[in-house]
Design a protein around this ligand. Structure first.
Ligand code: SF4
Length: 485
């Protein structure tokens, strides 16, 4: 049995060095024990590879894998180093496509860890609150115009301080600050970012004059009529409240929300501000004509419904002109709208992996959507997807029909209820009839399955694994028919 001792926190470099040595010595994962923190002082440094092993070339590792490992090793799971090495071992021992197996237990665990670390990093960026303290000598410090130092206390769920600290350097370059956490502290002196041991909450100041600004700001943006306690708690989980000055207001704001809303309803209507006239809506019946390339060009200027206005561009289908299989989704999302290509965002990436696992090559498929413009509502800086209504779907249908007529696929796979209700039946019961084949009079066969974004929305890992496996199974059935055709 080989024993590897690593530093507390996210010791990616230590893991990488040890993993390389173990790999060159051909030590399988079950023969390695990974230890962290104080145990390190009792154990020898990582062994050097034997001379014979050193002579062997180190295996080539995909960049995607290293990125995934950098996140995984920030996770607080005590088994993370063992999991990372097991994945590395499998990847270099005949499973080159391992990361594409989205239903594999190890891959799923690593991907979930990556997601949790990303979420924790996001929360740290959102919920760190600096408090101002004055330097003891009262003199300006270094390049700074005043003698203030800003200190924040934060309790991350994972080992993310080193990963997130550069964000605060970029954001608060002109401040001198420290972020204290239980396992590590980050410090910026205006020139250098450094790290020291963890701290306790008592080491950070508990109150400063900025608190009132936070509270005033928060109270002024709080809209009692739009209170959704569950959504609020998912955006700002209760565990962070104790370190947020504005969180003290939340219970009373929630308590007062209903009476305030009733008072707003009772109050007399005010005269709305005068607005500028909205630009004239140029809508026209869609009449596609010509080849697929000509259709794509015409669709760029489509004004068949109002969705073209806020969207960036038309997102037309893409793929070989005579593809045997056509995939039809609902509508482009945020990233597709910006790039002008279908299925390239998170749902598209999931779809690509599932296709690969089912033995289908996306390059041979025609991929499109029932509606060609992104419909959304703006929430702060985010654009949140909104389903196209029946009228918008109807207005856009000629484009989809024209694509089908030009490509003439043998099979059409509807991804989600919107595509199925446009192509199979208006009231198509997706869950009841998913995976069943339907046939048009011209012989085209159609099947419906879930949209990949549905899988992304499943929070519970077991449910997501089960549904993803079922999705891949649906794709395999399509692949089988395609091969037999
Ligand atoms: S959604 Fe469809 S019908 Fe509406 S403007 Fe866009 S392309 Fe035209």
């Amino acid at each position: 049995m080989r024993v590897v001792a690593l530093k507390e926190g996210a010791d990616f470099d230590g893991w990488r060095q040890a993993a390389r040595t173990l790999l060159l010595d051909e030590v399988p994962p079950e023969k390695v024990t990974w230890l962290v923190t104080g145990e390190a002082s009792l154990l020898p440094d990582h062994d050097a590879p034997t001379a014979q092993a050193s002579a062997r070339p180190a295996p080539r590792i995909p960049a995607e894998f290293l990125g995934l490992m950098q996140s995984l090793i920030c996770h607080s799971d005590p088994q993370r180093y063992g999991l990372a090495y097991r994945l590395l071992w499998r990847l270099t021992h005949g499973e080159r496509q391992l990361l594409q197996l989205i239903t594999d237990a190890d891959v799923m665990r690593a991907r979930n860890a990556e997601k949790n670390v990303r979420r924790d990093s996001h929360k740290m960026k959102a919920f760190v609150r600096f408090r101002e303290v004055k330097a003891a000598d009262g003199e300006p410090v270094g390049a700074f115009a005043n003698n203030s130092v800003f200190i924040a206390w934060f309790e991350p769920s994972h080992y993310i301080v080193e990963r997130v600290a550069p964000f605060f350097v970029r954001r608060f370059t002109g401040m001198r600050w420290s972020i204290l956490t239980p396992y590590r502290s980050a410090h910026w002196d205006g020139e250098t970012l450094s790290f020291s041991a963890g701290a306790t909450k008592a080491d950070a100041p508990s109150e400063d004059v900025l608190e009132d600004y936070w509270r005033t700001y928060y109270a002024s943006i709080f809209n009692p009529a739009r209170l959704k306690v569950q959504a609020m708690q998912s955006e700002m989980p209760v565990k962070y409240w104790k370190n947020l000055p504005e969180a003290q207001l939340i219970p009373s704001l929630i308590r007062e929300a209903r009476p305030r809303t009733l008072a707003m309803v009772e109050a007399e209507a005010t005269t709305p501000k005068k607005r500028f006239a909205a630009p004239e809506l140029r809508s026209a019946v869609v009449q596609p004509q010509g080849s697929l390339a000509e259709l794509r060009a015409q669709a760029r200027d489509c004004r068949g419904c109002a969705l073209w206005q806020p969207a960036t561009q038309t997102v037309f289908g893409e793929g070989p002109e005579h593809a045997q299989l056509m995939l039809v989704g609902e509508q482009p999302g945020d990233q597709e709208d910006l790039a002008g290509r279908p299925f390239i965002g998170p749902a598209g990436r999931l779809l690509d992996k599932a296709l690969l696992e089912a033995g289908l090559d996306r390059k041979t498929l025609y991929v499109t959507n029932a509606v060609k413009h992104f419909k959304f509502t703006a929430r702060n800086i985010f654009r949140q997807h909104q389903g196209a209504n029946a009228e918008e779907q109807r207005a856009c249908r000629p484009w989809l029909q024209a694509e089908i007529q030009r490509v003439r696929p043998k099979l059409i796979l509807c991804l989600g209820a919107t595509a199925a209700s446009n192509l199979i039946a208006a009231d198509f019961p997706l869950l009841a009839q998913r995976g069943q084949w339907h046939r048009w009079p011209d012989g085209t066969q159609l099947m419906a399955t879930v949209h990949p974004s549905y899988l992304l929305r499943l929070k519970e890992p077991a449910a997501r694994a089960r549904e993803t496996a079922a999705f891949v199974q649906d794709l395999r059935r399509v692949a089988e028919i395609l091969t037999a055709a």
